[in-house]
Design a protein around this ligand. Structure first.
Ligand SMILES: Nc1ncnc2c1ncn2[C@@H]1O[C@H](COP(=O)(O)OP(=O)(O)O)[C@@H](O)[C@H]1O
Ligand SMILES: [Mg+2]
Length: 252
Protein backbone atom coordinates (compact mmCIF):
# COMPACT_ATOMS: atom_id res chain seq x y z
CA UNK A 1 0.00 0.00 0.00
CA UNK A 2 1.25 3.45 -0.90
CA UNK A 3 1.42 6.09 1.78
CA UNK A 4 1.66 9.77 1.01
CA UNK A 5 3.37 12.46 3.02
CA UNK A 6 0.73 14.25 5.08
CA UNK A 7 0.90 17.44 7.12
CA UNK A 8 2.01 16.93 10.73
CA UNK A 9 -1.51 17.31 12.01
CA UNK A 10 -4.30 16.35 9.62
CA UNK A 11 -7.81 17.57 10.44
CA UNK A 12 -9.01 13.96 10.50
CA UNK A 13 -6.85 11.06 11.55
CA UNK A 14 -8.51 7.64 11.59
CA UNK A 15 -6.32 5.08 13.29
CA UNK A 16 -6.90 1.35 12.96
CA UNK A 17 -10.69 1.61 13.16
CA UNK A 18 -12.71 -1.58 13.63
CA UNK A 19 -16.51 -1.61 13.37
CA UNK A 20 -18.67 -4.69 13.68
CA UNK A 21 -22.37 -5.49 13.61
CA UNK A 22 -23.85 -8.30 15.65
CA UNK A 23 -26.49 -10.26 13.75
CA UNK A 24 -27.84 -12.89 16.13
CA UNK A 25 -24.83 -15.06 16.87
CA UNK A 26 -23.07 -13.90 13.71
CA UNK A 27 -20.64 -10.96 13.51
CA UNK A 28 -20.39 -8.78 10.41
CA UNK A 29 -16.87 -7.33 10.13
CA UNK A 30 -17.86 -4.14 8.33
CA UNK A 31 -14.66 -2.14 8.91
CA UNK A 32 -11.51 -4.12 9.74
CA UNK A 33 -8.66 -1.88 10.85
CA UNK A 34 -8.87 1.17 8.60
CA UNK A 35 -6.37 4.03 8.93
CA UNK A 36 -6.55 7.23 6.91
CA UNK A 37 -5.82 10.93 7.17
CA UNK A 38 -7.53 13.96 5.66
CA UNK A 39 -5.72 17.29 5.58
CA UNK A 40 -7.60 20.50 6.25
CA UNK A 41 -9.13 21.75 3.00
CA UNK A 42 -8.67 18.42 1.25
CA UNK A 43 -11.27 16.15 -0.36
CA UNK A 44 -10.52 12.49 0.23
CA UNK A 45 -12.54 10.21 -2.03
CA UNK A 46 -13.56 6.81 -0.65
CA UNK A 47 -14.54 4.33 -3.31
CA UNK A 48 -15.45 0.65 -3.29
CA UNK A 49 -18.16 -1.78 -4.23
CA UNK A 50 -21.51 -1.90 -2.46
CA UNK A 51 -21.29 -3.51 1.00
CA UNK A 52 -17.53 -3.00 1.47
CA UNK A 53 -18.06 -0.79 4.53
CA UNK A 54 -17.95 2.80 3.21
CA UNK A 55 -21.08 4.07 4.96
CA UNK A 56 -20.15 2.26 8.16
CA UNK A 57 -16.74 3.94 8.11
CA UNK A 58 -18.33 7.36 7.47
CA UNK A 59 -20.81 6.90 10.30
CA UNK A 60 -18.12 5.64 12.67
CA UNK A 61 -15.99 8.71 11.93
CA UNK A 62 -18.92 10.89 13.03
CA UNK A 63 -19.63 8.61 16.04
CA UNK A 64 -23.11 7.83 14.72
CA UNK A 65 -21.93 4.23 14.99
CA UNK A 66 -19.39 3.51 17.73
CA UNK A 67 -16.26 1.62 16.78
CA UNK A 68 -15.21 -1.57 18.51
CA UNK A 69 -11.61 -0.36 18.58
CA UNK A 70 -9.33 2.23 17.03
CA UNK A 71 -9.36 6.01 17.25
CA UNK A 72 -10.83 8.93 15.34
CA UNK A 73 -8.82 12.08 15.97
CA UNK A 74 -10.54 15.25 14.80
CA UNK A 75 -8.41 18.36 15.08
CA UNK A 76 -6.25 16.41 17.52
CA UNK A 77 -9.11 15.26 19.80
CA UNK A 78 -10.23 11.64 20.07
CA UNK A 79 -13.94 11.47 19.19
CA UNK A 80 -14.16 7.80 20.18
CA UNK A 81 -13.35 8.77 23.78
CA UNK A 82 -15.99 11.54 23.90
CA UNK A 83 -19.49 11.38 25.34
CA UNK A 84 -22.34 13.67 26.29
CA UNK A 85 -21.83 17.41 26.06
CA UNK A 86 -18.27 17.21 24.68
CA UNK A 87 -19.45 14.98 21.83
CA UNK A 88 -22.49 17.18 21.14
CA UNK A 89 -20.22 20.23 20.86
CA UNK A 90 -17.87 18.39 18.53
CA UNK A 91 -20.80 17.24 16.37
CA UNK A 92 -21.48 20.84 15.35
CA UNK A 93 -18.15 20.79 13.54
CA UNK A 94 -18.82 17.62 11.53
CA UNK A 95 -21.81 16.85 9.33
CA UNK A 96 -23.22 14.12 7.08
CA UNK A 97 -24.97 14.31 3.70
CA UNK A 98 -26.85 11.16 2.72
CA UNK A 99 -27.46 9.29 -0.48
CA UNK A 100 -31.23 9.66 -0.62
CA UNK A 101 -32.12 13.34 -0.20
CA UNK A 102 -35.88 12.84 -0.36
CA UNK A 103 -35.89 10.16 2.35
CA UNK A 104 -33.69 12.27 4.60
CA UNK A 105 -36.20 15.15 4.71
CA UNK A 106 -39.20 14.84 7.01
CA UNK A 107 -42.17 15.00 4.57
CA UNK A 108 -44.41 16.82 7.05
CA UNK A 109 -42.06 19.66 7.91
CA UNK A 110 -41.51 22.89 6.02
CA UNK A 111 -38.12 23.50 4.42
CA UNK A 112 -37.37 26.48 6.67
CA UNK A 113 -37.96 24.35 9.78
CA UNK A 114 -35.96 21.40 8.41
CA UNK A 115 -32.93 23.60 7.72
CA UNK A 116 -33.30 25.35 11.11
CA UNK A 117 -33.47 22.11 13.09
CA UNK A 118 -29.70 21.72 13.70
CA UNK A 119 -29.70 25.28 15.11
CA UNK A 120 -32.49 24.38 17.53
CA UNK A 121 -30.72 21.21 18.60
CA UNK A 122 -27.52 23.22 19.09
CA UNK A 123 -29.42 25.61 21.36
CA UNK A 124 -29.60 28.74 19.18
CA UNK A 125 -32.60 30.37 20.90
CA UNK A 126 -32.83 33.62 18.95
CA UNK A 127 -35.49 33.05 16.25
CA UNK A 128 -34.31 36.02 14.16
CA UNK A 129 -30.76 34.66 14.20
CA UNK A 130 -32.03 31.23 13.11
CA UNK A 131 -34.03 32.78 10.29
CA UNK A 132 -31.02 34.79 9.16
CA UNK A 133 -28.82 31.65 9.09
CA UNK A 134 -31.48 29.62 7.23
CA UNK A 135 -31.82 32.36 4.60
CA UNK A 136 -28.06 32.56 4.25
CA UNK A 137 -27.54 28.84 3.59
CA UNK A 138 -30.60 28.44 1.34
CA UNK A 139 -29.31 31.31 -0.80
CA UNK A 140 -25.84 29.79 -0.80
CA UNK A 141 -27.14 26.53 -2.31
CA UNK A 142 -29.00 28.42 -5.03
CA UNK A 143 -32.55 28.43 -3.63
CA UNK A 144 -34.69 31.51 -3.01
CA UNK A 145 -35.43 31.40 0.73
CA UNK A 146 -38.59 33.49 0.42
CA UNK A 147 -40.03 30.97 -2.04
CA UNK A 148 -38.84 27.66 -0.57
CA UNK A 149 -38.86 28.14 3.23
CA UNK A 150 -42.63 27.70 3.57
CA UNK A 151 -42.88 24.70 1.26
CA UNK A 152 -42.86 20.95 1.91
CA UNK A 153 -40.26 18.45 0.57
CA UNK A 154 -42.65 16.80 -1.93
CA UNK A 155 -42.80 20.06 -3.88
CA UNK A 156 -39.15 19.64 -4.85
CA UNK A 157 -37.17 17.44 -7.25
CA UNK A 158 -34.42 15.08 -6.06
CA UNK A 159 -31.73 17.59 -7.01
CA UNK A 160 -33.49 20.41 -5.17
CA UNK A 161 -33.93 18.14 -2.13
CA UNK A 162 -30.19 17.47 -2.14
CA UNK A 163 -29.60 21.25 -2.23
CA UNK A 164 -31.84 21.52 0.83
CA UNK A 165 -29.89 18.73 2.58
CA UNK A 166 -26.64 20.51 1.77
CA UNK A 167 -28.07 23.76 3.19
CA UNK A 168 -29.06 21.90 6.37
CA UNK A 169 -25.55 20.42 6.66
CA UNK A 170 -24.03 23.93 6.38
CA UNK A 171 -26.25 25.77 8.82
CA UNK A 172 -23.99 25.19 11.86
CA UNK A 173 -20.88 26.28 9.97
CA UNK A 174 -19.15 22.90 10.04
CA UNK A 175 -15.51 22.27 9.14
CA UNK A 176 -15.85 18.72 7.91
CA UNK A 177 -18.59 16.91 5.96
CA UNK A 178 -18.96 13.23 5.14
CA UNK A 179 -20.77 13.09 1.78
CA UNK A 180 -22.15 9.54 1.55
CA UNK A 181 -22.93 8.93 -2.13
CA UNK A 182 -24.58 12.36 -2.46
CA UNK A 183 -25.40 12.00 -6.16
CA UNK A 184 -25.97 8.23 -6.50
CA UNK A 185 -29.75 8.53 -6.18
CA UNK A 186 -30.03 11.52 -8.50
CA UNK A 187 -30.78 11.74 -12.18
CA UNK A 188 -27.58 11.55 -14.23
CA UNK A 189 -28.45 14.90 -15.83
CA UNK A 190 -28.29 16.80 -12.52
CA UNK A 191 -25.35 15.03 -10.86
CA UNK A 192 -22.80 17.51 -12.20
CA UNK A 193 -24.81 20.44 -10.82
CA UNK A 194 -24.77 18.97 -7.31
CA UNK A 195 -21.06 18.07 -7.53
CA UNK A 196 -20.32 21.62 -8.67
CA UNK A 197 -22.38 22.97 -5.80
CA UNK A 198 -20.41 20.86 -3.29
CA UNK A 199 -17.13 22.16 -4.74
CA UNK A 200 -18.43 25.71 -4.56
CA UNK A 201 -19.55 25.30 -0.93
CA UNK A 202 -16.22 23.70 -0.07
CA UNK A 203 -14.31 26.71 -1.40
CA UNK A 204 -16.70 29.29 0.04
CA UNK A 205 -16.89 27.84 3.55
CA UNK A 206 -13.39 26.32 3.75
CA UNK A 207 -14.66 22.76 4.15
CA UNK A 208 -12.81 19.46 4.32
CA UNK A 209 -14.66 16.52 2.74
CA UNK A 210 -14.75 12.74 2.94
CA UNK A 211 -16.50 11.94 -0.31
CA UNK A 212 -17.94 8.42 -0.55
CA UNK A 213 -19.10 6.85 -3.82
CA UNK A 214 -19.11 3.56 -5.69
CA UNK A 215 -18.72 5.42 -8.97
CA UNK A 216 -15.04 5.98 -9.81
CA UNK A 217 -15.72 8.78 -12.28
CA UNK A 218 -17.58 10.78 -9.65
CA UNK A 219 -14.86 10.31 -7.03
CA UNK A 220 -12.09 11.16 -9.45
CA UNK A 221 -13.80 14.39 -10.46
CA UNK A 222 -13.99 15.82 -6.95
CA UNK A 223 -11.14 14.28 -4.93
CA UNK A 224 -7.56 15.33 -4.23
CA UNK A 225 -6.72 11.79 -3.14
CA UNK A 226 -8.68 8.57 -3.34
CA UNK A 227 -8.83 5.67 -0.89
CA UNK A 228 -10.01 2.35 -2.29
CA UNK A 229 -11.92 0.12 0.13
CA UNK A 230 -12.42 -3.59 -0.33
CA UNK A 231 -14.16 -5.97 2.10
CA UNK A 232 -13.76 -3.67 5.10
CA UNK A 233 -10.15 -2.72 4.45
CA UNK A 234 -8.35 0.05 2.62
CA UNK A 235 -6.23 -1.39 -0.14
CA UNK A 236 -4.87 1.74 -1.76
CA UNK A 237 -4.56 5.46 -1.05
CA UNK A 238 -3.11 7.88 -3.54
CA UNK A 239 -3.57 11.09 -5.50
CA UNK A 240 -6.45 10.71 -7.96
CA UNK A 241 -4.43 10.99 -11.19
CA UNK A 242 -1.78 8.51 -10.08
CA UNK A 243 -4.23 5.98 -8.72
CA UNK A 244 -6.29 5.92 -11.87
CA UNK A 245 -3.33 5.86 -14.21
CA UNK A 246 -1.67 2.84 -12.57
CA UNK A 247 -4.22 0.95 -10.48
CA UNK A 248 -2.61 -1.58 -8.17
CA UNK A 249 -5.92 -3.16 -7.25
CA UNK A 250 -8.25 -5.03 -9.63
CA UNK A 251 -11.29 -3.06 -8.47
CA UNK A 252 -9.97 0.09 -10.10
N1 LIG B 1 -27.15 -1.99 10.63
C1 LIG B 1 -26.48 -3.06 10.16
N2 LIG B 1 -26.60 -4.27 10.74
C2 LIG B 1 -25.91 -5.34 10.29
N3 LIG B 1 -25.08 -5.30 9.24
C3 LIG B 1 -24.93 -4.14 8.60
C4 LIG B 1 -25.62 -2.95 9.02
N4 LIG B 1 -25.26 -1.94 8.20
C5 LIG B 1 -24.39 -2.46 7.31
N5 LIG B 1 -24.20 -3.78 7.55
C6 LIG B 1 -23.29 -4.66 6.82
O1 LIG B 1 -21.98 -4.14 6.93
C7 LIG B 1 -21.29 -4.26 5.69
C8 LIG B 1 -20.88 -2.88 5.21
O2 LIG B 1 -22.05 -2.13 4.89
P1 LIG B 1 -22.00 -0.60 4.45
O3 LIG B 1 -21.11 0.12 5.38
O4 LIG B 1 -23.39 -0.12 4.30
O5 LIG B 1 -21.28 -0.70 3.02
P2 LIG B 1 -21.28 0.31 1.78
O6 LIG B 1 -21.68 1.66 2.29
O7 LIG B 1 -19.88 0.26 1.26
O8 LIG B 1 -22.25 -0.23 0.79
C9 LIG B 1 -22.23 -4.99 4.75
O9 LIG B 1 -21.93 -6.36 4.81
C10 LIG B 1 -23.59 -4.70 5.33
O10 LIG B 1 -24.49 -5.74 5.01
MG1 LIG C 1 -23.21 2.97 1.65
Amino acid sequence: MMQLAMPAEPLLNVDNLVVEYGLGNKTVHAVSGVSLQVARGETLGLVGESGCGKSTLGRAVLQLRRAKSGRVLFDGEDLTAMEGEALRKMRRRVQLIFQDPIASLNPRRRIGDIVAEPLIIAGVKDAAERKRRVHEVLSAVGLDPDIVAGRLPHEFSGGQCQRICIARSLVLNPEFIVCDEPVSALDVSIRAQILNLLEEMKARFGLTLLFIAHDLAVVKAVSDRVAVMYLGRLCEVGPSEQLFARPAHPYT
